[in-house]
Design a protein around this ligand. Structure first.
Ligand code: ADP
Length: 323
């Protein structure tokens, strides 16, 4: 194998650039030619493919987003779209790919390999940390730190006014950011999609906290909680209790941007190195993960067969320390 490609696909996450840099520089150091594919699978179909050298990834390890841009691509879901993508790769002589993205992107990679023999290695790039086969995904630590900082800032104003705040953080299908931010930010209550929780229970917990002398209170809500978004939870709590004058804050997309933390840069760098080495060793259909500090390879299929879940003990810790 002489030529490999690298792309970022699906949702962006901070640290993707560090991963691209690691893939390009490792490839160059090992004597490969590395091509960057812009705009994910859409760019692959459209032929947005260009060579990258070691200098082309200078000064990006500290930058959020992805210099390769990312996209969602309906055409790639169809066999016909993947034929066009494979033709473009063949035109450039690319035999192996590093796909930085989530489990949707891996399904695409698996299909590309099955139908056209392109070797693919995945790197987990998502802020949600819910991909099976790795303890951490690239971008989670950065997003968590932004959520925590938001909680800290809101605590200041909540304290000053003796107020109740509902803070919504990202996590459509996963409460990883919410539970970790609740512990790190000392929130009084946390709502996650992994746990059923009715409004009466939330109200009872807030009343208990108040009776213990708490004057300001913060409830963190993962955007995917079954009770709805932070605005609807605040409304339901107001209807059922004396907590009628609360405020709502949605942290939103700022959790996806900004300079990645040291943890994410190092994780992305190690994963990028391992991905290229795996391709050179002849691996395909695998994702690089981290388990017990070590880089490991797990089948791409493990990422959609089993989601990564946080330990339920974290909920116990969060609530115990909120007393
Ligand atoms: P993520 O990779 O972050 O999970 P998506 O689920 O949006 O993001 O997937 C990214 C892209 O991967 C999609 O836009 C599509 O082009 C491709 N993809 C997703 N699922 C499949 C599939 N089952 N078969 C082929 N391609 C897929």
């Amino acid at each position: 194998m002489k030529r490999i490609g690298v792309l970022t696909s699906g949702g962006d996450s901070p640290g993707m650039n560090a991963a691209v840099r690691a893939v390009v520089r490792t490839g160059v150091a090992k004597g490969l030619e590395v091509f960057g594919v812009r705009h994910g699978y859409q760019g692959m179909i459209d032929g947005e493919i260009a060579p990258m050298d070691a200098r082309s990834v200078s000064g990006i390890i500290n930058r959020g987003g992805t210099i390769l841009h990312t996209a969602r691509c309906m055409a790639f879901m169809e066999a016909e779209g993947r034929v066009r993508a494979a033709e473009q790769l063949a035109r450039h002589g690319i035999e192996g790919l590093v796909v930085i993205g989530g489990d949707g992107s891996y399904r695409g990679a698996e299909a590309l390999h099955a139908e056209h023999g392109v070797r693919c290695i995945g790197l987990p790039g998502t802020i949600d940390n819910d991909i099976g086969g790795t303890q951490y995904t690239i971008g989670f630590d950065t997003a968590l730190n932004i959520a925590m900082e938001a909680v800290d800032r809101i605590r200041d104003t909540a304290d000053s006014h003796d107020r109740l705040f509902f803070v919504e953080v990202m996590g459509r299908h996963s409460g990883f950011i919410a539970i970790m931010a609740s512990i790190a930010g000392g929130a009084e209550e946390v709502l996650v999609p992994e746990e059923q929780c009715d409004v009466a229970t939330i109200v009872a917990r807030l009343q208990l906290a108040k009776s213990r002398g708490k004057t300001s209170m913060i409830v963190i809500i993962a955007e995917g909680d079954e009770q709805g978004n932070a605005f609807s939870v605040a409304k339901k709590v107001a209807e059922m209790s004396e907590f009628k004058d609360s405020r709502v804050s949605v942290v939103g997309h700022m959790q996806r941007g900004g300079s990645p933390t040291a943890f994410d840069r190092i994780l992305a760098s190690r994963m990028g190195v391992r991905a290229v080495e795996a391709l050179i060793d002849g691996a395909t259909g695998m994702m690089v993960g981290i388990e017990n500090q070590e880089m490991v390879l797990n089948p791409l299929s493990s990422t959609w067969e089993k989601k990564s879940q946080f330990s339920p003990d974290l909920l116990r810790v969060s609530r115990l320390l909120a007393t």
